[in-house]
Design a protein around this ligand. Structure first.
Ligand code: SAM
Ligand code: FES
Length: 347
């Protein structure tokens, strides 16, 4: 496997067959070598600096019915909420004083938040915090909406492609959602000048090794500035309640492979990774990730944004999460920095 890892390190890509061989063939003995290589690449670009993004989960209403997601519209047990503009701005105020310079507005696909309301939110945040980046993560909208959000000041957009295989996409989503539309949205976002984030869940139901290789090659070719991956974690009130969670080792290996493919990409050690292992986020950083995304949402709503079971950090105040993560990062030799953490292309 070392040969394939070296080839990936040197050429930033592999063929689909080689990726399958690597994904199926990696054992614990190869992990140290792989993680070390990926870590050396992220150190080259970012040193020991870790960027933070303040996540504001502003609505858990969703018109979609993705089979894996705890806030899907058919989950009648989900207690729905929306934050007001004032509440969102007060999350930003709190976040700014804690050193956050990026705010991520994430939510279900909630028609209550019309394009006009999103424009108003984005421009108010940019007006109050001109030195901060605003990231949107609100799903599929029209090309015109994406352009207008960008004009209002939005800098980045997170939209995971979820899986690059159309058949697999169909197995984890209802028929009204399609991979082709998802990809069209990603292309429109890129055209509008956003820093774009894509990604997928590791170990989602029916996912094969070949699917993962397709995800990697899609990302290599699309070249997003950010790549968010985390393990699938089941939610008890969804059709996928009975499926096992994605594995820690596999997720870490994929983080490393992605780092070798896209050396200067912004890759978070996700909350889902922290959920399946108490030191998941630290391990993610040591496998090549360089971003963490602590929660800035008011504590009162955190449990309600339950995408999957046992989500961590639902009881802590923003400040607690910020300093908890700072300590966690310091313990492994990294430092959270006060910085927008924009994408910079490879040297
Ligand atoms: N609605 C927006 C969208 O579709 O991009 C943003 C919110 S959506 C809940 C954010 C991400 O959560 C999804 O892209 C998905 O990959 C992830 N997610 C949803 N359910 C999950 C689960 N059960 N386990 C792990 N990740 C999950
Ligand atoms: Fe939230 Fe540790 S990051 S409690």
């Amino acid at each position: 496997m070392k040969k394939l890892i070296d080839k990936l390190y040197e050429q930033n890509t592999l063929s689909k067959d080689e990726l399958c061989t690597l994904l199926d063939g990696l054992t614990e003995r190869d992990d140290d070598y792989l993680f070390e290589k990926a870590r050396s690449v992220s150190k080259r670009y970012f040193g020991n600096r870790i960027y933070v993004r303040g996540l504001i989960e502003f609505t858990n209403y969703c018109k979609n019915d993705c089979y894996y997601c705890g806030i899907r519209k058919s989950n009648k047990k989900a207690e729905r909420y929306r934050l007001t503009k004032e509440e969102i701005l007060s999350c930003c105020e709190n976040g700014y004083s804690l050193g956050f310079r990026t705010f991520v507005l994430q939510g279900g696909e909630d028609p209550f938040f019309t394009d006009e309301k999103i424009i108003d939110l984005v421009s108010s945040i940019k007006k109050g915090y001109p030195d901060c980046a605003v990231t949107l993560s609100i799903g599929e909208r029209s090309g015109e909406a994406y352009r207008k959000f960008r004009e209002a000041g939005a800098d980045r957009y997170l939209l995971r492609h979820e899986t690059a295989n159309p058949q697999h996409y169909g197995k984890i989503h209802p028929p009204e959602l399609s991979l082709s539309n998802r990809i069209q949205c990603l292309e429109r976002l890129k055209e509008s000048g956003y820093q774009v984030g894509s990604g997928f869940m590791v170990g989602s139901p029916y996912q094969t090794t070949e699917n993962l290789a397709e995800d990697l090659l899609f990302i290599r070719q699309f070249e997003p500035q950010m790549v968010g991956i985390g393990p699938f974690v089941p939610h008890h009130d969804t059709p996928f309640a009975g499926f096992p969670a994605g594995g820690l080792e596999k997720t870490l290996r994929l983080i490393s492979i992605l780092r070798l493919m896209l050396p200067s990409a912004l890759i978070p050690a996700t909350t889902a990774l922290g959920t399946i292992h108490p030191e998941g986020r630290e391990k993610g950083i040591l496998a090549g990730a360089n971003v963490v995304m602590p929660n800035l949402s008011p504590v009162g709503v955190r449990k309600k944004y339950e995408l999957y079971d046992n989500k961590i950090c639902t009881g802590e105040e923003a400040a607690e999460c910020r300093f908890c993560l700072q300590n966690r990062m310091r313990k492994i030799g990294y430092e959270i920095v006060v910085d927008r953490g924009d994408y910079r292309p490879p040297k």
